[in-house]
Write a new protein. Structure first.
Length: 128
């Protein structure tokens, strides 16, 4: 029970501020998750392309093609999953906070370009 009237007036503001900060944390957490998907995709893409050159002459050609293909397909999946998670299926939206989400068309455009790069790398792995 609050005895002072001044404290009663400040309590809703403090609650609103906590809600705003929680919404901001939710946006930042979603951006970190998106960044993790993209980071995973870039690592898989680099590994798939690198496997082709690194393993040539050391292991049978079919294992190089299989390993590189799986890694590059994983990268394309990661890029797509990042957009799906961030833009198309964001989960429950937090209340409006001070932090703005990244503009969805930018995310879609960047990840579409990364998927095209992954497909190009896959073609490069298969054609040598």
């Amino acid at each position: 029970m609050i005895e002072n009237e001044g404290q009663q007036r400040q309590e809703p503001e403090a609650t609103d501020r906590r809600t705003t900060l929680a919404a901001d944390r939710t946006v930042f957490a979603a951006e970190r998750t998106y960044a993790a998907w993209v980071r995973t995709g870039l690592a898989a893409l680099a590994s798939g392309v690198g496997a082709r050159k690194l393993l040539e002459g050391h292991v049978p050609e079919w294992t190089i093609l299989l390993g590189g293909t799986v890694l590059v397909l994983l990268s394309a999946f990661s890029f797509g999953a990042g957009v799906w998670r961030q833009v198309l299926h964001p989960g429950s939206l937090p209340p409006e906070g001070d932090t703005k989400r990244i503009y969805p068309p930018i995310l879609i455009t960047v990840n579409a370009a990364l998927i095209i790069v992954a497909i190009s790398a896959l073609i490069g792995i298969w054609t040598g």
